[in-house]
Design a protein around this ligand. Sequence first.
Ligand code: UD1
Length: 333
Amino acid sequence: MVKNVLVTGGAGYIGSHTCLALIHCGYNPIIVDNFSNSYRSVIDQLSMATFPSRPVTTYEADVRDQSSMEHILRVVNPIAVIHLAGLKAVGESVKSPLTYYEANVGGAVSVLQAMQNVGVTNKFVFSSTATVYGDVDVDFLEEDLPLSHANPYAHTKIIIEDMLRYHVRANPSWDCAILRYFNPIGAHPSGMIADQPLGTPMNLMPLIVQAAKGERELTIFGDDYPTPDGTCIRDYIHVCDLAAGHVAAVEHLLTKGSITCNLGTGTGYSVKQVIQAFETRTGVKVPHKIGDRRPGDVARLVANPKRANYKLNWYAQLSMLDMCLDAWNARSL
Ligand code: UD1
């Protein structure tokens, strides 16, 4: 039996890697994407990255278009929906809050409403973020900590998480997996898909790759944080490990039920340590300088991943050196 899984935002960085992981595990991903922050060519790259090469069915649609979503759900008849479509730039959310509430909260409401109206599946995986923990002074973040937000982006994720908890309470036959991502970097080892945002990247690893290619100098945002080398510490996770976490979440929904969990490695790296690992693994220098702090950055965000380890039987497997090499190998995309 073909096990279709609908992946909204499936042409994006995490979406494309999640589609590959689904294929690898015997599922048939179907993409819904409006290509507002991804290239249409990703769909071809994705089929080339599969072995044997195969097309991935794709619908160009906006998740806020509820009637299109209902139509797609009826045709596809998925066993689960992985909802990744949304906006993710903190700075942009501060400048244009309404755009963020409309896209993220509006998008999630539309997909859930469409699922409920059509009634084909009530299994929903949601991409949340470690940013929902706010600026909390603990070494390892656990899922039961109180949530807080310092910007509209984080607030949209908290609103959606709360909405899902209320929705499951009101509709006990529904199951939702809330996945709090730490910092996905790297790329599929084929080098066929990678983090390819439209326009100038804002996240660290794509900027390191550009600096290593000689296209820019990297600015380290502050070296006066209360960390051993003064630069911020994050829990970087290989995007393929993160993608595998989505498959594990789908399987948990199908067999056991709802879950909220961190997807991280439990190990922190500072910005300087990431640069050093990149230079060691690739042999290529990363020109960089120290600049001012970036507003909104917190000193340390590292997961306690034990819940995902035990309940999803999922473990991050790939190292920082793997992340650096795979990001570099995909540099020509
Ligand atoms: C950011 C978002 C987060 C979002 C995630 C994925 C913020 C505050 N957080 O996480 O909500 O879920 O991206 O999109 O925007 N850095 C530099 N120089 C650079 C770029 C980054 O030093 O040019 C540093 C940052 O200060 C940070 C680290 O690298 O310490 C990682 O930055 P980034 O990749 O942007 O991720 P986050 O800020 O952790």
